[in-house]
Design a protein around this ligand. Structure first.
Ligand code: GDP
Ligand code: MN
Length: 380
């Protein structure tokens, strides 16, 4: 789950990181009023869950409240990379001497969090990462030890930060580390962290990515969720507790267990097919959940066939079969369906499906090959 800039910065602020004064507005007149309160010289910032807002024209510095209103009107009418702008952040404008990049993320290969910092922060950081990767200083963190002062100094020195800012930088880095930890973040990023012309370190932008699997520990964050950028099918799946990720292929997959779902997708690919989704219906899935999963898969017009790969352990074959039948009765799918059902109560399950006009398979490979053929219209 992504947080908006204003949400991330409010969290940063609680952890002692200095942010500009400001508030969000949903209308241009609200933006004007906030600008008046802040003294007129403000920056109007679109709140959408994509990067590169600045380059897309979604960030504008206003000299006075009237201009703030005018920019807010423009920006609130924009779509940025397909997302409507519903809110703007009105922040006191900063006078920038230098823009620094500072982020903490997971380094999967190293199996550790990594701090990344650069003196070349700002809107070109992706370009810097490509063309001058040596300008990005990286340091891995032992999560059990956290960040020590000497490491903060290493980084400050590594990005040639003027000495007078080292203490403040160290506090910001440690604050960001605690944010990253406390919120189960996959990314906590400040870009830019600026040195202002009056020599303060201020977080002008903020970005946080939260591990969805930790949201049960952060109910207050779930409430902040902005679903604008999520595929509608993924939102629907979340309601039913299904793990669903939409993909671009044409074979819908309904599988129980994440490992089996990945194996099924691999074998589909190996057999020349393209999965339309990743879907783990989970252990002990009820008929109701299976029906919901089927509706979700079929809501994708690209889907030309469905592969059911069910390994009954906790999940009972007959229960899944009832779910499939209920779903068929409800959604009346027009695409061919291939089913492989083994394990607990598989015989009962297969018997239930015998009259359902489905293509059956014994092994996973056979099922995948039949699904690929079915999606091409070669098998009905
Ligand atoms: P992003 O483009 O989505 O990453 O949005 P940012 O919040 O990082 O803003 C993009 C750029 O706008 C920053 O790198 C700054 O150069 C500029 N900017 C943002 N806020 C201010 C401000 O208060 N004053 C000035 N002068 N520039 C700003
Ligand atoms: Mn930014």
């Amino acid at each position: 789950m992504k947080l908006h800039e204003y949400q991330s910065k409010q969290i940063f602020s609680k952890y002692g990181i200095k942010i500009p004064k400001g508030r969000v507005a949903s209308t241009a007149s609200e933006a004007k009023q906030i600008a008046e309160e802040l003294g007129g010289n403000v920056v109007i910032k679109s709140q959408v869950l994509v990067g590169g807002r600045g380059k897309a024209g979604g960030i504008k510095v206003a000299k006075n409240p009237d201009e703030a209103e005018q920019f807010a009107t423009q920006i609130l009418g924009m779509e940025i990379k397909g997302l409507p702008v519903r809110k703007v952040l009105v922040d006191e404008a900063a006078s920038i001497a230098q823009e620094i990049y500072l982020g903490i993320t997971n380094d999967r290969a190293a199996k550790k969090p990594v701090i990344m910092a650069s003196s070349a922060g700002g809107v070109e950081i992706e370009e810097v990462a490509k063309t001058n990767p040596e300008k990005i200083y990286k340091l891995h963190v032992n999560p059990l030890v956290g960040i020590k002062d000497y490491q903060a100094r290493d980084i400050a020195g590594g990005i040639n930060l003027p000495r007078e800012h080292w203490n403040a930088f160290s506090e910001i880095l440690k604050g960001l580390w605690r944010v990253y930890n406390d919120y189960d973040a996959e990314l906590a990023e400040i870009n830019p962290l600026v040195i202002t012309s009056d020599n303060h370190l201020v977080a002008l932008d903020g970005k946080m990515l939260i591990d969805d699997n930790s949201l049960f520990r952060h109910p207050e964050l779930s409430e902040m969720r902005d679903t604008d950028e999520d595929a509608p099918s993924e939102i629907e799946a979340r309601k039913f507790g299904l793990t669903f990720i939409k993909l671009d292929g044409n074979i819908g997959c309904m599988v129980n267990g994440a490992g089996l779902a990945m194996a099924s997708m691999d074998i589909l690919k190996l057999s020349g097919g393209e999965p339309a989704n990743f879907l783990d219906i989970g252990g002990g899935a009820s008929a109701e959940k299976v029906a919901a999963a089927m509706r979700i898969i079929l809501s994708d017009p690209n889907v030309k066939a469905i592969l059911f790969n069910i390994f009954g352990g906790i999940t009972r074959g007959d229960e899944v079969a009832r779910g499939i039948l209920a779903a068929i009765a409800e959604v009346k799918p027009k695409v061919p369906m291939v089913v492989r059902l083994v394990g607990t109560n598989a015989t009962e399950g297969r018997a239930l499906l015998a009259n359902a006009n489905m293509i059956t398979a014994e092994t996973l490979l056979e099922a995948a090959q039949k699904a690929v053929a079915a999606a091409k219209g070669e098998l009905k």
